[in-house]
Ligand binder design. Structure first.
Ligand SMILES: O=C(O)CCC(=O)C(=O)O
Ligand SMILES: [Fe+2]
Length: 272
């Protein structure tokens, strides 16, 4: 660790040789941003393999295990839009179709302040890097004390049903993929701002695999995805190894928080 990077507070967390987020103005920093933008534009995701150091990954897996009893277990059905079932459309219509999600979420306020991902998430360098890739003039970390950053464990049988995110973008960090199952599948750009493409969405929900992609996600991968327009899900975890990851939450407003209903659902409590 050089003298300049040792002051960063996250120099041990990120492979800064490959991903110089501390020096975005440099030629290599600008190149990194350009590559991520191009990948995102082409495939709807940008996946940065080995972004998080193996030591930081191991520490996050250890913390997830240590805080296992603090995790909130949710297991429920919902629509792919996280809206009530539309009773006026046929049962196979995307607005009526129901999926299942089951996972265990450790809220932000339980994660120790010196945890590697917490130090990284709270650094302005990561926020600036993400803003640059997403071409946002300004981006804020979520103001939600529970949801801004969490650790999610998917035990055998757990899954995330097909859905569109309520937020424009998401970032995930993988700590431990499942041995079998637990894959992130997505169809990029399935809907757009002005067209829901219900016919195409219905086909995917009924099992059509046209355009379906798998997001590569080994330990330490940071991924950006346009979850508002890409239909995505995490397939049921099989085998013995739980899938453990984090979702990093950002917004274009400084006061972004979950509503009480969603907070109760994912963390079993509200922050207000
Ligand atoms: O766990 C993942 O890889 C994706 C999470 C996700 O899609 C979500 O939280 O909305
Ligand atoms: Fe999602």
């Amino acid at each position: 660790m050089s003298q300049t990077t040792s002051a960063l507070g996250y120099a041990d967390v990120v492979d800064l040789d490959r991903y110089p987020i501390h020096d975005l103005a440099s030629e290599r920093g600008q190149q990194l941003i350009a590559e991520c933008k191009a990948e995102l534009a082409e495939s709807g995701v940008c996946s940065l393999d080995g972004f998080i150091s193996p030591e930081a990954v191991a520490e996050m897996v250890r913390i997830a295990g240590q805080l296992k009893d603090k995790a909130w277990s949710s297991n429920r059905t919902h629509t792919i839009y996280f809206e009530p079932v539309d009773e006026t459309v046929p049962a196979t219509h995307p607005r009526a179709h129901q999926v299942r999600s089951a996972k265990h979420g450790i809220a932000y306020d339980y994660i120790p302040s010196d945890a590697p991902l917490r130090r990284l998430y709270e650094s302005d360098d990561l926020t600036a890097f993400i803003a640059a890739v997403l071409e946002k003039p300004v981006l804020y970390r979520s103001a939600d004390p529970l949801d801004a950053l969490q650790i999610t464990t998917f035990n055998p049988g757990d899954e995330l049903g097909w859905h569109f995110d309520r937020s424009e973008f998401s970032m995930t960090v993988m700590y431990q993929p499942a041995n079998e199952g637990g894959e992130f599948l997505y169809v990029p750009g399935l809907r757009s701002e002005d067209d829901e493409h219900y016919d195409e969405v219905e086909k995917v929900l009924q099992g059509d695999t046209t355009g379906l992609k798998v997001l590569p996600g080994g330990p330490g991968t940071l991924a950006f995805f346009r979850g508002e327009h890409a239909l995505h899900h995490v397939t049921p975890v099989k085998g013995e190894t739980p899938r453990i990851n984090s979702v990093l939450t950002y917004g274009e407003r400084p006061d972004m928080r979950l509503n009480d209903l969603t907070s109760e659902l994912f963390y079993g409590r509200t922050s207000s």
